[in-house]
Design a protein around this ligand. Structure first.
Ligand code: UDX
Length: 437
């Protein structure tokens, strides 16, 4: 929304939330999200044509277009628990829009939703329309965290789905005009609603599948003496495959991949396609395997016990350049090691202690978890160092100093293939990466 405000000076964008603290943060000098370049975009437009408010009713009433961008977590209760998307926030939004709107509205699904959600929104709005005309569009967001601003400035495509009726097509055109302020017209794709909804889930499923595929091969590389980065580079030069998203890792995380694949799995089952469901479920199973495999390797390398040993964890975010920890592989690896009674010392440049405690479901008094102010504090006297997020700053650490302050043998497990293992081994580390047999 900040980007739209920034690029479209003639439109007014009002972002509303019922959470006062969140809105206060958006109106303050310290934004609630760390994202490179976001500060500049927000600060340039804020107060001019970009506003943050808790006055939900007024904002809806005054808007021509309403974007629904609430979260759609995986359901934790009832039918579809653990898989289906929980749509209660979406439904609340739809009811609110129906209740307070005075005129016609275009309602845009921005949240990632299971296929056919637009239909539910539509039925709620139409049942309460009292003569007003509501058009529902699907406009999924493809930005990735950490590169959000660049992705928004220069997207591969913008996808807009809507009814293929004259009123639907007119609504689509209205939203196309907003994006056309900065996105080349040929990159704005228009489809029917269902194609648009399904494309978002499919894009994330394909991306996650690439990571699980290369991670599956990483396990084989470790057994055979092949090197997964070399394999990735070799297959990536095939233009049909391409080089992106082939970086083997401790496993993918983030708010989207797992949730969206589970969603896809649930949909397949719902539509009587258990084999298709199983196929996609394999992507998640492979990712779980990769996370547990890494923790198991740490334990077995450290002479089959980490009990009472200090293990330094560098990086807790699900990837670099974000303070987001949702579904981060680090959470699962730390939990496995805590189960083995290790004492873990965690340092992440952007994730706060409170978040880490919450993710690990421990209090700040738990003797097994210490949050450190820097990498040197975390690694001092440690038996092993784990690199779990590929922060650039970790490449510039003084590994000679780290080595000298560690217990020997000094083990290092690079879960992101970020560091130069030969150099580390020369210093004296027993260093290993992912998929390097
Ligand atoms: C993803 C999609 O990329 C984006 O299009 C969608 O809108 C939201 O979901 P995001 O979750 O922000 O974006 O991050 P992404 O860069 O896709 O990374 C997801 C996870 O995969 C991270 O944990 C990352 O470290 C991991 N990853 C990515 C790898 O392990 N290897 C790779 O080669 C790429």
């Amino acid at each position: 929304m900040a980007m739209i405000a920034h690029k479209c000076a003639d439109h007014t964008v009002t972002v509303v939330d019922i959470n006062q603290a969140r809105i206060d943060a958006w109106n303050s000098a310290e934004l609630p999200i760390y994202e490179p370049g976001l500060d500049e975009v927000v600060k340039a437009a804020r107060g001019t044509n970009l506003f943050f408010s808790t006055d939900v009713d007024t904002a809806i009433r005054e808007a021509d277009i309403v974007f629904i961008s609430v979260n759609t977590p995986t359901k934790t209760y009832g039918v579809g628990a653990g898989r289906a998307a929980d749509l209660r926030f979406i439904e609340k939004c739809a009811r609110k829009i129906a209740q307070v709107s005075e005129g016609d509205k275009i309602v845009v699904e921005k949240s990632t939703l299971p296929v056919r959600t637009a239909e539910s929104i539509k039925r709620i709005l139409e049942a309460n329309s009292k003569g007003r005309n509501f058009q529902i569009l699907s406009n999924p967001e493809f930005l990735a965290e950490g590169t959000a601003i660049a992705d928004l400035q220069n997207p591969d495509r913008v996808l807009i789905g809507g009814d293929q009726t004259p009123a639907g097509l007119a609504a689509i055109q209205k939203l196309v005009d907003v994006y056309a302020a900065w996105v080349p017209r040929e990159k704005i794709l228009t489809t029917n609603v269902w194609s648009s909804e399904l494309s978002k889930l499919t894009a994330n499923a394909f991306l996650a599948q690439r990571i699980s595929s290369i991670n599956a091969i990483s396990a084989l590389c470790e057994e055979t003496g092949a090197n997964v980065d070399e394999v990735a580079a070799a297959i990536g030069t095939d233009s049909r495959i391409g080089p992106k998203f082939l970086k083997s890792s401790v496993g993918f995380g983030g708010s989207c991949f797992q949730k969206d694949i589970l969603n896809l799995v649930y949909l397949c089952e719902h539509f009587g396609l258990p084999d298709v469901a199983k196929y996609w479920e394999g992507v998640i199973a492979m990712n779980d395997f990769q996370k547990h495999r890494f923790a198991r390797r740490v334990v077995s390398t450290l002479f089959n016990t980490v009990s009472d040993k200090k293990i330094a964890v560098l990086g807790f975010a699900f990837k670099k350049d974000t303070n987001d920890t949702r579904e981060s592989a680090a959470i699962y690896i730390c939990r496995d090691l805590i189960d083995e009674q290790a004492n873990i010392a965690i340092y992440d440049p952007k994730v706060c202690a409170k978040q880490i405690h919450q993710d690990l479901a421990v209090t700040d008094e738990n003797p097994h978890v210490t949050i450190c102010a820097d990498a040197y504090e975390a690694t001092k006297d440690a038996h092993a160092v784990l690199i779990l997020t590929e922060w650039d700053a970790f490449k510039a650490l003084d590994f000679q100093r780290i080595y000298e302050e560690m217990q020997l043998p000094a083990f290092l497990f690079d879960g992101r293939n970020l560091l130069d293992l030969d150099q580390l081994n020369q210093i004296g580390f027993e260093a290993s990466g992912i998929g390097q047999g």
